[in-house]
Design a protein around this ligand. Sequence first.
Ligand SMILES: *Cc1c(COP(=O)(O)O)cnc(C)c1O
Length: 496
Amino acid sequence: MYYISTRDTAPEKTMYSAAQAICHGLAPDGGLFVPNEIPHLDSAALKALCPLTYAQRAAAVLGLYLTDFSAEELLSLCRSAYSEESFPAGAAPVRTVDETTAMLELWHGPTCAFKDMALQLMPKLLVASLQKTGERRCAYILVATSGDTGKAALEGFRDVAGTKILVFYPQHGVSDIQKLQMQTQTGENVCVVAIDGNFDDAQSGVKRLFADEALAKELHREGVFFSSANSINWGRLAPQIAYYVSAYCDMCNQGRLTPGDTLDVCVPTGNFGNILAAYFAKRMGLPLGRLVCASNRNHVLTDFFQSGKYDRNRPFYTTSSPSMDILISSNLERLLYLLTNAEYTSDCMRRLNEMGFYEISDALLQTLHRDFIGAFADETTCAEAIRTAFAKNNLLIDPHTAVAYACAKQYQAQTGSDTPMLIVSTASPYKFAQDVLGALDQKKHPASFLTMEMLSAQTETEIPLPLKALKEKTVRFTATVGVDQMKQCVLEFARD
Ligand SMILES: *Cc1c(COP(=O)(O)O)cnc(C)c1O
């Protein structure tokens, strides 16, 4: 198997190995890497995965895509990524919601958000890929974050040999808990710096640094080169396919499914990575039915699935599910490519870039509807969902998961469907304790330890250890710099 760019229109397409795709991140023409074919997982192979551990299942699924990695290599990487130490409650446990509905919890990792599922493994895949491609310099990961990704990347790259990571976050643009999570980050190869500006300032600063050729030369002399841990990297998408397969196995083991039964899924969506992984699993032959794409008040995707027009020219809202506050869902490009071709995809992306919108044909929209349906929940509906899930199902869920819960229930009510439904749960409720407690008691709370403790006392649930432990941790990183000082930070840390 090899990888090609979603925008490569040449008849003889340029081929990349999986290791090359992971090292490059983005294709040179600006497109995203996709496998040239989708491997098949037949029912016998699926059955064989049922008795296995999460790491074994993940290694087996990844082996079908990363064909330049050996089975032993992948198993060893997955074992260390999804260890009991990092995921004490299991990597991707499935819990019961009600008769027809289950929940896949993807937040039992070190940073209590689903980004860990990819970012605990991806740094290891990157280091192995650098070795395979003969790269000897140190990979210097540069991240601009609005909260979750920065922390998950720091934890993933912490003390990974051959890498160093520098994270910039907006001084006033992340929650107090998120800030503390980053400021207390351990590891010899990590650095965290606050920017005197907003998230856009941090992100455009990082983009400028990536494009700075003089800086790249300077870094090369120091024996390092820039790399990214972006969510569009295939090394972040591929590990996400595994947990859909794993959830199906678990539900068979639990007697909730008989092998071959159809399972619908509902995914809280931002950049379209998580739900695209479900689509890959379905195309591989996993018996998935409807993929419900759940959005918050920024429902550009819901509108797209309804009308066929993707239009980012609209107001941007800040919501209680910030990781879904996105107007350009980058991974949608991969879906378009899989259903059309590079010409069509390039054209849509050019229109999106130039005019802020594109429109697909009716025929393509019909095709999309075979697999996807869009739904959204506004802030009031999201808060209601947090209350309902706790009152009716005894489940404490975070606002991102609540958006999916509301959309799944809406879908079931509207269609009368009794097909088993899997709701994907993407963050610990304690990461968003002020909103979760606020939804439950309908009062205002600050983002503080006290709020976490109140939530715990009121709901008789446990604060996850990584968040509880923050209180005792030493603050290591307190620097705040102006946007014009970012380059200096990068150089200083390169020589560190
Ligand atoms: C990143 C994130 C999402 C969105 O996932 P995509 O793959 O970007 O669609 C949803 N919920 C949480 C908690 C996240 O961190």
